[in-house]
Each structure stands twice: as structure tokens, then as C-alpha cells.
Design a protein around this ligand. Structure first.
Ligand code: FMN
Length: 211
């Protein structure tokens, strides 16, 4: 299996000054190309000993402050982030021969922000967030479904479900964002924004990496 990638590349002069604006452009391209779940990203974390783990999660928001996703704070990723906030996000936009890699640190978003997002989730997903002790071994599928049914009886459709305290958002504050574009003869373009100074300063330098 060997794909020959498209010839059009990315040049420094076409890049947006802000990597978030550049990400927005590529994200729009991914959506316009009809990619299934263009907001699906591979999130990698590591425990205190540096042992890595990865999983797919959905990007729910991004702006100049960073990239936001929601999960269970007591899950494996949640426990690892509590020990070690270093994180990597990877967007695998294969049909466009593109990949974006964000590296930085994760911080919990505010409870108000989590509550506001939780209210927009379908009722069933709200119950699911309560029903599942994410990443813990369970005895059976039945156990999970029983927990869900109990919650559904406590919070019937139409009733406000509070956001579980163990569930919420993380914002990934980037230190670097790499844009990769596949090109002919494996001479791919890789342009990486590297943050200079504090996140609030919004200063980035761009470097080109060998493919
Ligand atoms: C397409 C896709 C989207 C997913 N989105 C989320 C998500 O937004 N939040 C989440 O906690 N898990 C999501 N998952 C499940 C995770 O991949 C993972 O199983 C779960 O978060 C537990 O991971 P952990 O045990 O490494 O903490 C998604 C899985 C897939 C395949």
C-alpha cells in the first residue's frame, strides 16, 4: 500500500500568522472534503514514568487559548494528566494527505464552561457520562446497562441532568503545532509553529522540518 501524494504543498508565505487561524483553514478544508468526523483526534498522554497511552477523542472547541475536549477526569487519560499534563493531539486527515500535531499541556476548563457544554449534550449522553466509570474494569455489559436504567428512572427525558463532578473539559494549550502536507516523492511539507514566550503573548516562529 503506497499512496502518491498530491503535488500542491504549503509555503511559508501562505501560512496564517496564528497557528489557530491556520488550523481553522485546514479544519474547514477537512469538513468541506466530507471527511467523517474531522474533529476526531488521537490524544496521547503519559504517566509520571513516561509510559505513553493513546485514544481517539472529539475536539469540541478551539480558539486562541487552545483546543478543548471532554472526558472523564478519573479515566486513564484523566489520571495520567493529573500526574503529567504533557499531551499531544494528532488529527489524521488521511484523504487530504494532511496531518496536524499539537503538543503542549492540558489544563481543566472551568466548571461553568463544562456545565454549559454538558447542557448541549443529548439526554442519553448526559446519562452515559454518569453511568460509566470510564476506564475501570466492569463485570459485564449488564452492569453498565443497569446503571444507565437507574439513572434514566431518576432523570426522565426532559429533566435537567447535572454535569458529573468527575467529568469535564480539558484545554490543550499548545507549545507547538505542526502542519504536514504529503507531496510527491516523499518530499512532504512540514511547517511547525513554535510558541515564543507566554501563551498570552501570541508570538510564534515557524520552522520547516525535513520530511
Ligand atoms: C471517534 C471516537 C470519538 C471518541 N470521543 C471521545 C470523547 O470525546 N471523549 C472521551 O472521553 N472518549 C471518547 N472516545 C473514547 C476514547 O477513545 C476512549 O475509549 C475513552 O476516552 C477511554 O480512554 P482512556 O481509558 O485512555 O482514558 C471516542 C472514541 C472514538 C473512536
Amino acid at each position: 500500500m503506497r499512496a502518491h501524494y498530491r503535488a500542491e504543498g504549503i509555503v511559508e508565505s501562505d501560512l496564517a500568522a496564528s497557528p489557530f487561524d491556520q488550523f481553522a483553514r485546514w479544519f474547514k478544508d477537512a469538513a468541506a472534503a466530507g471527511l467523517h468526523e474531522p474533529n476526531a483526534m488521537v490524544v496521547s498522554t503519559a504517566d509520571a514514568a513516561g509510559r505513553p497511552s493513546s485514544r481517539t477523542v472529539l475536539l469540541k472547541a478551539f480558539d486562541e487559548r487552545g483546543f478543548v475536549f471532554f472526558t472523564n477526569y478519573t479515566s486513564r487519560k484523566g489520571r495520567e494528566l493529573a500526574e503529567n499534563p504533557a499531551i499531544s493531539l494528532l488529527f489524521p486527515w488521511h484523504p487530504l494527505a494532511r496531518q496536524v500535531i499539537v503538543s503542549g499541556t492540558a489544563e481543566r476548563i472551568g466548571r461553568d464552561e463544562t456545565a454549559a457544554y454538558f447542557r448541549t449534550r443529548p439526554h442519553g449522553s448526559q446519562l452515559g457520562a454518569w453511568a460509566s466509570d470510564q476506564s475501570a474494569p466492569i463485570a459485564s455489559r449488564d452492569e453498565l446497562e443497569r446503571a444507565y436504567e437507574e439513572l434514566a428512572a431518576r432523570y426522565p427525558e426532559g429533566e435537567q441532568v447535572p454535569a458529573p463532578p468527575h467529568w469535564g473539559g480539558y484545554r490543550v494549550v499548545p507549545e507547538a503545532i505542526e502542519f504536514w502536507q504529503g507531496r510527491l516523492n516523499r518530499l512532504h511539507d512540514r511547517l511547525r509553529y513554535v510558541r515564543e514566550g507566554a501563551p498570552e503573548a501570541g508570538q510564534w516562529r515557524v520552522e520547516r522540518l525535513a520530511p
